[in-house]
Write a protein that binds this ligand. Structure first.
Ligand code: ASP
Length: 437
């Protein structure tokens, strides 16, 4: 087997108990050479994530409110973890150094990054691995742009002689020497860029669910897990709201063709979901998953001979651009065109936009449907299979759901239907029942 890079998310490293589970996993697999860790996340529902507490310290300082109590919570959390784990990495001194830096006016990125830094120190000691600071390998420009080639080179240079290491996720260093973090959830990105640089055979992403499910378990009872899915299919599903992984983590793994395996730290026996470059088409299972979102507005334009009118789409897109609105979908017919917009983008501008459309597009009719939901049924196997859309629409008709809009991407990898918000759950259940048998 080749090298594995394993990233453990916040809930997988939230306390000593979870870190012991991590140790069992890593000790049990000699191929795991590099371990990337998040800051301690929630131990129970109403608990606080260390990263949130660190941001809170900074906000308090900015508002000139004492932050010491919050810092103490962080202090106690790490010192008791160190004691519980039976290691000595001088965590109290590390925390004092951080406190002193905060007093001196440390930047928000520095403060936020310390959650990962301290956790990686502890976990490296528990595993007996080297600690490699992310600031020595992950690079950003002075303006804060992630530098992938420079990072790739420095990872190779630094890790070349290190057999096994723990690396904190989420941050790196700017060329001027200051700390810079990725956006929230960014340890996923660190894991992916390390996996790419070392040419890992697989990037394991350990979290608290056994991968992706074929549908939202709050809507469908006990949905099946997705065993394997391609990056492209996943992108469609995450766009519609299914999320486990930071979006930017996909790119580095994808260009290096490294599969990402989502695993559950609390159920290591589960295989999880394998995300791969090429879809694996299962003849028994044409769809990979169903996801959707509520809260769309659809503006439908009807104009006779619309298809032969030059520049119509440009004018329509121009109106949206002028109003700072992104178009989610643009389903078209011979004489019709609908614009699907996320309602949140409209910000009370709907009447104004409709007026501009009336004036500039001169449609025969224009209608607005609010409170629409979009549901994407995704599956690379759909293109080759006859009758997929027939079963999908039969399922919806049988469930009494009125389909208001249909859009099928040119890849034929997904079928998107628009239904009224009130039919959202019924529609997802009906599609799931029919298409996963
Ligand atoms: N600790 C950071 C966050 O909470 C990064 C991460 O966990 O991936 O966003």
């Amino acid at each position: 087997m080749g090298i594995k890079v394993a990233k453990f998310g916040g809930s997988s490293v939230a306390d000593a108990l979870q870190i012991r589970k991590l140790k069992n996993i890593v000790d049990g697999d000699q191929d795991i050479k590099y371990v990337v860790v998040s800051a301690p996340g929630k131990r129970f529902k109403d608990d606080s994530k260390v990263t949130d507490l660190l941001y809170l310290c900074k906000t308090h300082i900015e508002h000139k409110i004492p932050y010491e109590q919050i810092f103490q919570v962080i202090f106690d959390r790490y010192t008791s973890m160190e004691a519980d784990l039976g290691v000595d990495v001088g965590i109290a001194e590390e925390l004092e150094t951080i406190r002193a830096e905060i007093e001196k006016g440390a930047s928000v990125d520095y403060i936020a990054s310390r959650g990962e830094y301290l956790n990686a120190k502890l976990i490296a000691a528990v595993l007996g691995f080297a600690f490699i600071d992310a600031k020595n390998i992950v690079r950003f420009s002075d303006k804060g742009k992630f530098l992938d080639d420079v990072t790739n080179d420095s990872i190779n240079r630094v890790l070349k002689d290190v057999d096994k290491a723990v690396i904190p996720g989420f941050y790196g260093e700017k060329l001027d020497g200051s700390i810079k973090t990725f956006s929230r959830g960014g340890s996923d990105i660190t894991g992916a860029i390390i996996a790419r640089a070392v040419g890992a055979e697989v990037y394991e992403n350990w979290t608290d669910v056994s991968g992706f499910l074929m549908a939202d378990p709050r809507i469908v009872d006990d949905p099946k897990p997705i065993e394997s899915i391609s990056y492209m299919e996943l992108r469609e599903l995450s766009y519609m709201g299914a999320s486990v992984l930071h979006e930017d983590a996909i790119y580095p793994a994808k260009i290096a063709d490294i599969p990402i395996n989502i695993r559950n730290t609390n159920r290591p026996e589960d295989p999880g979901t394998m995300i791969t470059a090429q879809p694996k088409v299962d003849p028994e299972q044409v769809i990979s998953g169903i996801a959707g979102k509520k809260g769309f507005t659809v503006i439908g334009v009807y104009k006779s001979h619309l298809a032969s009118e030059k520049g119509f789409i440009r004018k329509l897109a121009g109106i949206m651009e002028d109003n700072d609105i992104t178009i989610e979908h643009l389903p078209t017919g011979i004489d019709t065109m609908s614009v699907v917009i996320d309602k949140k983008m409209l910000n009370g501008k709907l009447d104004e936009i409709v007026e501009q459309m009336q004036n500039q597009l001169k449609p025969d009719t224009l209608d607005v449907v609010e409170d629409m939901a979009l549901i994407a049924t995704v599956g690379a196997g759909m293109a080759a299979r006859k009758g997929t859309s027939a079963s999908l629409f039969t399922a919806l008709a049988d469930a009494g759901v009125n389909v208001r809009m249909i859009d099928q991407g040119s890849s034929e990898m997904n079928i998107i239907v628009g239904v009224e918000d009130k039919d959202f759950e019924t529609a997802i259940k009906a599609i799931y029942e029919k298409m996963t048998k």
